[in-house]
Design a protein around this ligand. Structure first.
Ligand SMILES: [Zn+2]
Ligand SMILES: [Zn+2]
Length: 250
């Protein structure tokens, strides 16, 4: 299983960065986890966007879905003609909200581009050799973390979440814990997000193999974030960087 970082920024993209977006591949399956601002530009640098097998949107904040509009256009205007609808998993009701800003025709085109399927707590989705299980976490309601499994390998993407029992339950036993670390230390506890130190605590308590920090506000000091998370975790910490690939193995 391989993780490719397409967007590591939280809330708004910094220079050269994109908001939430992570490509996970295994056994030929290609799954996009979140599709925030700027993700499509980076996706196109590593693969043809029209070859995706499924897209998962974890919750209804724009930094996680804004580039769905762009992806729709890429699917519609593919060189060989409009592609069949791409499976799109997201919280129930969110697709209608996303479509609501478009004209009637635009909403219709968006609906034609995707095969919309609701995420359901704990209900696994099979995409080729990948199994993706959504788990509710503590952020805007509803928000789903995603547990991706292939063979014995387990990648857990926390999506956006506060530190706590729901995130810990989801993160347990991950070879790679892709954890949000949105907040600078001074903001700890002021929003339903984690600081890098809390992400480190989560990784330690979950007995994760490698901790990958993502979804950092552009104002977060990335070197300090790695240090703070590492002090709490005691294991390998990577700060996600656009287009970086991380192979998940034992
Ligand atoms: Zn976010
Ligand atoms: Zn959010």
């Amino acid at each position: 299983m391989r993780l490719t970082v397409l967007g590591s920024a939280a809330s708004y993209p910094d220079a050269g960065r994109a908001c939430a977006g992570h490509l996970v591949t295994a056994d030929g399956a290609r799954v996009l986890m979140d599709c925030g601002n700027g993700v499509l530009a980076n996706l196109g640098r590593v693969t043809d966007p029209t070859t995706l097998d499924a897209v998962f949107i974890t919750h209804g904040h724009t930094d996680h879905f804004a580039d769905l509009y762009a992806l729709q256009a890429a699917l519609r205007y593919a060189p060989a003609g409009a592609l069949p609808p791409l499976p799109l998993y997201l919280p129930a009701g969110l697709f209608d909200r996303i479509a609501s800003v478009l004209s009637v025709r635009g909403a219709q085109e968006l609906a034609e581009a995707f095969e919309v399927r609701p995420l359901k707590e704990g209900e696994p989705v099979r995409v080729g050799g990948l199994c993706v299980t959504p788990r509710r976490v503590d952020h805007v309601d509803p928000t789903y973390a995603l547990v991706a499994e292939s063979d014995d390998l387990r990648l857990v993407y926390t999506s956006d979440t506060a530190y706590g029992a729901a995130a810990l339950e989801t993160a347990r036993g991950a070879q790679v814990l892709l954890a949000e670390a949105t907040l600078p230390p001074a903001y700890a506890g002021r929003a339903a997000h984690m600081t890098p130190a809390e992400a480190g605590d989560l990784a330690r308590e979950a007995d994760a193999g490698t901790l990958v920090l993502t979804h950092l506000w552009p104002t977060v000091d990335r070197a300090a974030a790695a240090r703070e998370a590492g002090e709490r975790f005691g294991g390998r910490v990577i700060v996600a960087d656009e287009l970086e690939t991380i192979d998940i193995d034992r």
